[in-house]
Write a protein that binds this ligand. Structure first.
Ligand code: HEC
Ligand code: CU
Length: 376
């Protein structure tokens, strides 16, 4: 039986219009919810839809997964909800397009050539609209980006807090500089910064190229071995901002998160004061035994605990590891169970990581975890 292709095409066009309508509704909704930053994301989804390519929808899908991941660690607030909404809408839209494409492939009849050579106004209008909308959005984003870059470039840097951030496979080392050498301290994977005070970050890489990216605070900036880059920014509101290494840097690139905790100056000062102190000496017998285990096994070759003979420099400083939200650069919650699992076999959790498995007797492992738990 010969199916008349024209009504089928009209039907498809109608469905495409519905999808486009959905995309624009998402944009409008997200604008209301979370402002300019998020329009960019929604715009990407609609541009992908307008172009209706399968590979662009795959990108939208992965973008939605990334956006979803970004909501994983931030406190539950309006922004987290908006991000999640975007992730879901990206996902739904991309899903729709993919299903539609497969459906079209399966039900494709003879190619319809009857319209070839006809001058169709409707597709031309759709394409013109798509191009114009994309161009308008891109121009808006370029202008916004220039304005923000300029504002950042003119940020007054008197009284700035200087932090040296070094990228390693696959964790971040942060050294807080100070005019007084005794006040310099090192930490890993989590930056605390005071709200309202400019931050000057000096970026370096130890092994391969990494990229600093905390979307809420600054655009991407690469960390290149042998070179030093400097960026400046300021957090104007308190909050926990998740950053991500944005340059593929090896197997565990995706598990290289950086948390930036912006807090009122007094809270920052008390955090910094605590961070400058040496590790507390363990008081409990179990933790004391744990310290012995730490110092006598290989741990001390790679890790530093200030106040003990452990001063390895190849791995995150553990002096105050218990005060971090996560371990493994965002990979795991920081609690005794995950800590024990990490020490016993980090390769299972973060395959390829530069920390070997440790087959410790379970009493030793327990003592070690108790000791690390005291390092507040
Ligand atoms: C060969 C070097 C090496 C040895 C030995 C080593 N580690 Fe590690 N460790 C690392 C590296 C590298 C990381 C960072 C891994 C990552 O997140 O990519 C790490 C991460 C950690 C973390 C998570 C820190 C954080 O803030 O994310 C803990 C806790 C830890 N190690 C404990 C130990 C203990 C306890 C031992 C001894 C039983 C030990 N390590 C032995 C290299 C080492
Ligand atoms: Cu990296």
């Amino acid at each position: 039986m010969q199916i008349d292709p024209v009504p089928a095409r009209l039907e498809r066009r109608r469905r495409q219009r519905v999808a486009l309508g959905l995309a624009w509704a998402t944009i409008a909704w997200n604008t209301v919810e979370a402002g300019v930053a998020i329009v960019a994301g929604a715009a990407a989804s609609s541009i992908a839809l307008v172009s209706f390519g399968l590979d662009s929808t795959v990108e939208v899908l992965s973008a939605s997964v990334i956006v979803w991941q970004m909501t994983r660690d931030v406190p539950e607030d309006r922004e987290a909800r908006a991000l999640r909404l975007i992730a879901v809408s990206f996902f739904a839209l991309a899903g729709y397009v993919n299903v539609q494409a497969v459906f079209d492939l399966l039900t494709a009849s003879e190619p319809d050539t009857s319209m070839l050579g006809n001058d169709e106004a409707a597709p031309r209008r759709a394409v013109t609209f798509g191009v114009a909308a994309s161009a308008a959005l891109l121009i808006t984003l370029v202008v916004t980006s220039i304005v923000i870059e300029r504002a950042l470039a003119q940020l007054p840097l008197r009284d700035a807090l200087h932090i040296r951030l070094t990228g390693h496979q696959w964790w971040w080392e942060a050294t807080y500089d100070d005019a007084k050498p005794a006040n310099v301290f090192t930490t890993a994977n989590e930056l605390h910064i005071p709200v309202g005070r400019p931050i000057v970050l000096t970026l370096e890489a130890e092994d391969v190229i990494h990229s600093f990216w905390v979307p809420n605070l600054h655009g991407k900036k690469d960390l290149i071995p042998g070179r030093t880059a400097t960026i400046a920014f300021r957090a104007d509101a308190a909050g926990t901002f998740r950053g991500q290494c944005a340059e593929f840097c090896g197997y565990q690139h995706a598990n290289m998160a950086l948390m930036v905790i912006a807090e009122p100056p007094e809270r920052y000062e008390s955090w910094a004061a605590a961070a400058r102190t040496s590790a507390p000496q363990p008081l409990e017998p179990l933790a004391q035994r744990g310290q012995q285990v730490f110092l006598q096994s290989t741990c001390a070759m790679c890790h530093t605990i200030v106040g003990t003979p452990a001063n390895g420099r190849r791995a995150p400083d553990l002096t105050h590891v218990a005060s971090r939200l996560r371990i493994g650069a965002g990979t795991l919650h920081n609690d005794p169970v995950t800590l024990a699992a990490w020490i016993a076999d980090p390769q299972r959790i973060k395959p390829g990581v530069h920390m070997p498995a440790h087959a410790l007797p379970s009493a030793d492992l327990q003592a070690l975890v108790a000791y690390l738990g005291t390092l507040k």
